[in-house]
Design a protein around this ligand. Structure first.
Ligand code: SF4
Ligand code: SF4
Ligand code: ZN
Length: 127
């Protein structure tokens, strides 16, 4: 379980499989997260999320949101949802979305099968 399940970039850490990380806003993070430009930039600007930035989406964020990774493609709609509905409603919806519809177990990006046997509509890992 991630303690703080979201990044200011709009990624839902709850569906990330990195078990050694507690989530972007927790203290249990590795160096790559500590050095993340989006994380540091929002902190410097005093923003909870990039969608509240006057420069949103900046070039680097835009390129990241539109790179080859399907889960990065969730950031733009996520940030829009957060702006319209608030973070708690978004987290509740994400927790629903990233749970197995059969047994309720937590599922992660690119996971193809749930331990309960249910097939999941997973993205392909890009090459
Ligand atoms: S990309 Fe950066 S801001 Fe987004 S979740 Fe990862 S570390 Fe956090
Ligand atoms: S959108 Fe704004 S706050 Fe987010 S990384 Fe770009 S410049 Fe920083
Ligand atoms: Zn299941």
């Amino acid at each position: 379980m991630k303690e703080l399940q979201y990044g200011p970039c709009g990624l839902f850490c709850g569906a990330c499989g990195a078990d050694d990380c507690g989530g972007c806003r927790s203290d249990r993070i590795d160096d790559s997260i500590r050095q993340c430009k989006f994380r540091n930039c929002t902190k410097e600007r005093g923003l909870d999320f990039c969608c509240y930035c006057r420069d949103y989406p900046c070039k680097e964020l835009y390129e990241f949101m539109n790179d080859k990774w399907p889960h990065h493609g969730t950031m733009e709609p996520n940030l829009k949802y957060i702006k319209n509905n608030g973070v708690q409603k978004w987290l509740d919806a994400q927790q629903q979305q990233w749970s197995c519809k059969g047994c309720g177990a937590k599922i992660i990006w690119y996971q193809k099968n749930c331990p309960c046997g249910r097939q999941l509509p997973a993205w392909e890992v890009p090459v």
